[in-house]
Design a protein around this ligand. Structure first.
Ligand SMILES: NC(=O)c1ccc[n+]([C@@H]2O[C@H](COP(=O)([O-])OP(=O)(O)OC[C@H]3O[C@@H](n4cnc5c(N)ncnc54)[C@H](OP(=O)(O)O)[C@@H]3O)[C@@H](O)[C@H]2O)c1
Length: 338
């Protein structure tokens, strides 16, 4: 039977007392609201953000909202300094995290470079949007993987890794990820070209999560990996994109924005479900193998429904190539993994 959810409430999330989470880009938008969901369920949450002032302000706001609403889960939200434009510093941040925390139950790779260009090559010859959206999140995930895998062996654990992608991944036709040039692929200097280049990085988010799920399964690690499209959400990022549309961008924003774009909270529901949904936890315990695997490597669209990503996203060759090429590029940069 076809069933489509309209909403996810905090009651549909598991109890997260004693659990630890990281959400990147949590100082605003969908990441901010995802942190609020996880904190409401009692998790200790790290807000991965590059700017201390913006992070502290957001943490104080979320804590005040929780208090005002009578939430007595004693939210514990902390700043994790994270600049995703610099994969080497991401490696350091993740290594320091492992030294201080004994577990990590939830990793939500949410932060994103803006979806409008022009995009630039950095000092390592890599496209800035691909560095922020894919390469640095890959470094963060792979560095934290030993801790995530360890947590998955603990009693009552239910470890989840979530990559926040976008339906824009369908704009990127990408035949190969076999070489560094493929990571840097651009689709032209127009609004649609910029959107497709952003989509290319969001395709990488899905390819990465699917490849990761395959690798973890081969290692018998019971971690659930999911990719998410959050919907059209009126955030700083979405607003910036609409402003970049020549002539009528502001018209779209003012008149169509309220019709087609949802709130931060609505936008975070699918991520929160992927990170902590009770239904995901229940299916993992099912005796039926198909049901048990329902969410493994899955792609969720609003609100919290399993969907099919593009043919490219499902291509196992592309998943493997992206993994191997990203590893090669990182080795060239002196970044290695255990
Ligand atoms: N909004 C939508 O309609 C929509 C639709 C589809 C998919 N998505 C996806 O949903 C996720 C969240 O989107 P959003 O609209 O909430 O984003 P947003 O409002 O643009 O916020 C982006 C977040 O990423 C952070 N960030 C950017 N560059 C960074 C860097 N170099 N290092 C560390 N953090 C960095 C930003 O930090 P600063 O505050 O420091 O800039 C901010 O916290 C993204 O992955 C996006 O692709 C959004």
């Amino acid at each position: 039977m076809f069933f489509s959810r309209k909403v996810i409430t905090e009651d549909e999330l598991v109890d997260l007392h004693g659990k630890v989470a990281i959400v990147t880009g949590g100082n605003t938008g969908i990441g901010y609201a995802t942190i609020e969901f996880l904190a409401r369920r009692g998790a200790r949450v790290y807000m991965g953000s590059r700017n201390q002032g913006r992070a502290q302000k957001a943490i104080e706001e979320i804590e005040a909202k929780l208090q005002k609403s009578g939430n007595d889960n004693q939210a514990s939200i902390h700043w994790l300094q994270l600049d995703l434009s610099d994969p080497r510093s991401v490696k350091e941040a993740a290594t320091e995290f492992i030294a201080k925390e004994e577990r990590l139950d939830i990793l939500v790779n949410n932060a994103s470079h803006s979806s409008f260009g022009p995009y630039k090559l950095n000092q390592d010859g890599l496209l800035d949007i691909m560095v922020v959206n894919h390469i640095s999140h890959f470094v963060l995930t792979e560095t934290l993987l030993p801790l995530l895998r360890h947590t998955a062996t603990l009693e009552d654990s239910d470890v989840r890794i979530v990559n926040v992608s976008s339906t824009a991944h369908t704009h990127a036709a990408t035949e190969s990820f076999a070489a560094k040039e493929n990571l840097n692929k651009q689709f032209g200097d127009s609004v649609t070209g910029y959107l497709a280049t952003y989509g290319h990085s969001k395709l990488a988010n899905i390819l990465h999560i699917k490849n990761l799920q395959t690798r973890l399964k081969a290692q018998y690690s019971p971690i659930t990996c999911l990719a998410v499209h959050p919907g059209a959400v009126m955030t700083v990022g979405a607003s910036g994109f609409l402003n970049s549309v020549p002539f009528f961008g502001w018209l779209l924003k003012v008149f169509l924005g309220p019709l087609f774009f949802t709130s931060w909270t609505q936008g975070a529901m699918t991520s929160a479900f992927a990170a902590a949904g009770k239904e995901v936890a229940e299916t993992r315990k099912s005796k039926d193998e198909v049901e048990r695997r329902k969410y493994e490597g899955g792609y969720l669209v609003p609100v919290a429904n399993i969907s099919e990503p593009s043919t490219y996203a499902k291509d196992e060759r592309l998943q493997r190539e992206l993994y191997e090429t990203t590893m090669e590029v990182l080795t060239e940069m002196g970044i290695a993994f255990k």
